[in-house]
Write a protein that binds this ligand. Structure first.
Ligand code: GDP
Length: 310
């Protein structure tokens, strides 16, 4: 990938795509191709084909996806499976047919079985039943991985797959109904502080454990993999450490400067008990995360607070 290569970042308005564009621009890549959702509907096969025929990108970062937290995933499973299958099928196929040199597909740590041994290694894919709260999304992502691997096997297309753990950072979705836990808690603690509310409600029991990766670290790993990895096996991208939801809530409460109490609502689902990635494969390739959780949350909180007062 040269500084002048034609690089298409699908989903550049999203958390991940936006961070990949920032990372590429910071490194001097000057020929980036992007399209907003209004300009190009990636679920529309004919539109995607026409776009690829016209632009013929050499490198494709497939960061466009329908994503959401535990409530959105369990409420709208049909939307999650349909949109993700369409987007990824259209983009992977059109990239291959129009001569792309390489494509990076982004999966998710929820592709691993609910009771996979922890930390989860790449070879645990397809070894057991999935977590029911996000099964539809996970099945779509698994189909994308197998599609990328199949295009490599049958056509020799250099499609690689990265599996990020739970992500967060500036540009995240802070809608309480559809977001993931970390932005939801930033918002809940911030609003409770401003309103002087005595308690903040955290869903579930607080005992599930999650690993959180700053999206700028993910973007750095994606650029690294695009440059340095060309193989069939998926690659985990994480930090290699996790925290309980209770510990996360306390850390965010502290960063926000909230003085009240934390209450757990056990009527809301916990989801999978733990999903920690084993990142030894990526470490052995030469990449490691560099943004600590506290530092990353502080930056994200600043971004959110500035924006919510704008
Ligand atoms: P998951 O990693 O796919 O389960 O997705 P989430 O980030 O949505 O949820 C992670 C964990 O945080 C689950 O155990 C949730 O029940 C818990 N959680 C606690 N409070 C919240 C909240 O306000 N929003 C969300 N999305 N999850 C929360």
């Amino acid at each position: 990938m040269d500084k002048t290569s034609a690089i298409y970042v699908a989903g550049h308005r999203g958390l991940v795509g936006g961070a990949i564009v920032r990372a590429l621009e910071a490194e001097g890549y000057e020929n980036l191709i992007t399209r907003t959702h209004a300009e190009l509907d990636l679920t529309d096969q004919a539109a995607v084909r026409a776009f690829f025929e016209a632009e013929r990108p050499e490198y494709v970062f497939l960061a466009a996806a329908k994503v959401g937290g535990i409530l959105a995933n369990s409420t709208y499973p049909a939307d999650f499976i349909r949109e993700n299958l369409l987007i990824q099928t259209n983009v992977i196929d059109a990239a291959y047919r129009n001569g792309a040199k390489k494509l990076l597909f982004l999966g998710s740590s929820c592709i691993y079985p609910k009771h996979a041994p922890q930390p989860m290694r790449e070879e645990h894919l397809l070894t057991g039943p999935l977590e029911p709260t996000n099964e539809a999304y996970a099945v779509a992502k698994i189909a994308g991985i197998v599609m990328a691997q199949s295009y490599r096997k049958q056509y020799g297309f250099d499609a690689i797959c990265a599996q990020p753990t739970n992500l967060y950072g500036p540009g995240d979705n802070f809608d309480l109904e559809t977001s993931h836990v970390l932005p939801a808690l930033i918002r809940k603690f911030h609003e409770a502080k401003l309103a002087g509310e005595p308690e903040v409600v955290v869903w579930g029991t607080g005992t599930p454990r999650r690993e959180f990766l700053h999206v700028d670290d993910l973007a750095s790993a994606c650029v690294f993999l695009m440059r340095n990895y060309s193989d069939e096996e998926i690659v985990n991208v994480g930090v290699g450490e996790d925290v309980s939801i209770g510990e996360l809530a306390e850390m965010i409460s502290d960063i926000v400067g909230y003085g009240g109490t934390i209450v757990y609502d056990a009527s809301k689902p916990d989801g999978t008990p733990r999903k920690l990635l084993d990142v030894s494969k990526l470490s052995s390739l030469g990449w490691r995360a560099s943004i600590g959780l506290r530092e990353g949350i502080e930056g994200t909180y600043q971004w959110y607070a500035n924006r919510s007062h704008a």
